[in-house]
Design a protein around this ligand. Structure first.
Ligand code: FAD
Length: 279
């Protein structure tokens, strides 16, 4: 049975054979929710060029829909064309096209290529073969000069040929709904799927959120800080994210994209609590 909304799950390429074995199990367990696709992140600067490609082409052999994330980083056009050909030959028909961020220490090595340019490049060389997802930021990309600029650049990605967008995670649903309104006013009519980050480790989340520009609500931070027992924090995290998903779906979000951190448990529990267990 197909889920009534579009669900997708994001993984990162594990560094160890154990991590890889665990990821295959995670992927199998999450298949129960009939996701539209899984995706695998890409270390800009080419740091996971081979591992991302290996994981997606191997998982594709199981017949699932899987999308590699891709960015130029410091790579030349030939390298990106090589990857596009590998993906086409493997029967992959979706890519998450990004500018990416340089890993620290590689900052000066190469000029980053904006995502709209990557989208245009993929369209120029592979026509309509790939469904192209791009990134969107309801709380606005940390490097953006202004809210309007960020929407204008998102529109540029669709004008270059992107089909839909996946958002950075957020915990304030109003930021998403306001963003959708502003996108609509700017003439963007493509679907924008909210990115959902289950709360696995709150301290890590706070640290990570500082860099990517996602806001952790003050009330949530204060509440989390007051807990001594980690299980209380986990319980609140689960409630907050389940409520967020409910609000988003009631408000008309077309689906949910889960940042799984390669774990089954949290995404699975949230989907079950939402009654979206497809089994
Ligand atoms: P862009 O859309 O190119 O935007 C980058 C910045 O430049 C923004 O501030 C934008 O306003 C501005 N801008 C955009 N176009 C132009 C232009 N033409 N001229 C001037 N300014 C412009 N990172 C990874 O390294 N690997 C991943 O696999 C990965 N996966 C992600 C998946 C999702 C769903 C999301 C939301 C983010 C992901 N990221 C990943 C993080 C992302 O790479 C960073 O947020 C990065 O800083 C911006 O990438 P982008 O594709 O949004 O860039």
């Amino acid at each position: 049975m197909k889920n009534p909304i579009r669900i997708s799950f994001e993984f990162f390429p594990p560094k160890t054979p154990e991590g890889r074995a665990k990821l295959y199990k995670t992927r199998e367990a999450l298949q129960a929710f009939n996701p539209e696709f899984f995706s695998v992140t890409y270390g800009a600067g080419g740091t996971t060029r081979e591992t991302t490609a290996n994981i997606v082409t191997n998982m594709r052999k199981d017949g699932i829909s899987i999308a590699p994330h891709l960015s130029f980083g410091g790579d030349n056009e030939e390298t990106i064309l090589g990857l596009l050909n590998t993906y086409k030959e493997a029967g992959i028909n979706r890519i998450v096209a990004l500018r990416g961020d340089m890993p620290s220490g590689m900052g000066a090595v190469a000029q980053l290529v904006y995502a709209n340019e990557l989208v245009a490049f993929i369209r120029r060389h592979t026509g309509d073969h790939f469904h192209l997802e791009v990134a969107a930021y309801p709380e606005i990309h940390p490097e953006s000069n202004s809210y309007d600029d960020d929407i204008r650049y998102l529109k540029g990605k669709f004008e270059a040929g992107a089909n839909s967008a996946l958002t950075q995670y957020f915990y304030n649903p109003d930021s998403y709904f306001y963003f959708l309104d502003q996108c609509e006013k700017a003439g963007i009519d493509a679907p924008i799927y909210p990115g959902i980050m289950p709360i696995l480790n709150f301290d890590n989340l706070v640290r990570f959120s500082r860099n990517c520009g996602a806001e952790i609500p003050r009330w949530m931070k204060k509440r989390m800080e007051s807990y001594r027992d980690p299980s209380d924090a986990r319980k609140l995290g689960m409630e907050v994210v389940t409520d967020l998903c409910e609000t988003l779906l009631e408000g008309g979000a077309p689906g949910l994209h889960f940042y799984t951190m390669n774990q089954v448990g949290a995404s699975e529990s949230i989907l079950q609590a939402l009654g979206l267990d497809a089994r």
